[in-house]
Design a binder for this molecule. Structure first.
Ligand code: CO
Length: 291
């Protein structure tokens, strides 16, 4: 990684960390989810950066991939355990970071994912495996009486690519990829009171273009036109032109031009906490971009 790209990662990370703190401070019972989402995404753009993916606001047993829909009337409620997961990019170089806001009484659950992240970050240096990070994460979460979510992982980043190998497991695995100097990647432990596995819910508000080919339907063409500047980064349904959006998205999904990211949830009634940082492996350790 050259100095210019390193600096872009660091600048994107600084913006992401600041915006995440400001967004988290807005999360209170009675506040509109849509208002927080719009506030955060506008703040990213006001800082001169791009929104790498729609702000994820996932509550309680929902671990990831929820976001506000257009006209969303849902409010944060007393008792909610709220995950905010945001992405900022500069020229496609991404900072991915998440935190949990507890509107109930789950201090140890919140601590579990935070300490798991901190302990994993301390281990990062060239030559260690992603499996070692998973071992640390699992240990810190289980020590506190919770389960790590085994089918959600951290991930490497690249220009305009939010998820790419190697993945960073939240559980102990044998070996796995060896970290090399210059790798940009995200570690994101999830701690759960449920089964420690997520599955897809019907709700799907986040999508991503996965292919380029012509499509006849006019509304689908309008959607493709409106997301062209995403350069493959994920987008939200609420960002799209309003007319016939749902028909357009269905056609685009059927034709494999886009994919959806449904809400991922652990067992009904369970609670999930999450913390995430983006970091770059350096010669003797790592630089956390999103602090
Ligand atoms: Co991530």
């Amino acid at each position: 990684m050259n100095d210019e790209i390193f600096d872009l990662y660091m600048q994107a990370g600084k913006i992401a960390g600041d915006v995440l703190r400001k967004g988290a401070a807005k999360v209170r019972p009675g506040v509109s989810i849509l208002d927080v989402v719009v506030y955060v995404e506008e703040l990213i753009e006001r800082e001169g950066a791009g929104v790498a993916f729609p702000l994820n606001v996932s509550r309680n047993e929902d671990a990831a991939h929820d976001t506000a829909s257009a006209g969303d009337e849902r409010l944060f409620e007393t008792g909610d355990l709220v995950k905010l997961d945001l992405g900022v990019h500069l020229e496609g170089y991404i900072a991915d970071t998440a935190t949990t806001v507890d509107l109930g009484d789950n201090p140890v659950l919140v601590e579990a994912s935070r300490v798991a992240l901190d302990r994993a970050v301390e281990r990062v240096r060239p030559g260690i495996t992603v499996g070692e990070l998973g071992t640390v994460i699992q240990h810190e979460i289980e020590t506190r009486g919770f389960r790590p979510i085994s089918n959600l992982t951290g991930h490497a980043l690249d220009q305009y690519i939010v998820h790419q190998p190697p993945n960073v497991p939240n559980i102990s695995i044998q070996g796995g990829a060896v970290l090399e100097e210059g790798l940009a990647f995200a570690i994101e432990p999830f701690a759960s009171t449920g089964a420690g596995r997520v599955s897809e819910k019907p709700r799907c508000e986040i999508f991503q273009q996965i292919d380029v080919k012509p499509i006849r339907l006019a509304s689908a063409r309008r959607v493709m036109e409106s997301i062209r500047n995403r350069r493959g980064l994920p987008f939200a349904r609420r960002w799209l032109p309003v007319e016939k959006t749902d028909i357009a998205l269905s056609a685009l999904l059927r034709n494999h031009l886009i994919r959806g990211y449904p809400v991922l949830a652990d067992l009904p009634g369970s609670r999930v906490s999450q913390h995430e940082h983006t970091l770059i492996v350096t010669a003797d350790g790592c630089e956390v971009t999103t602090r």
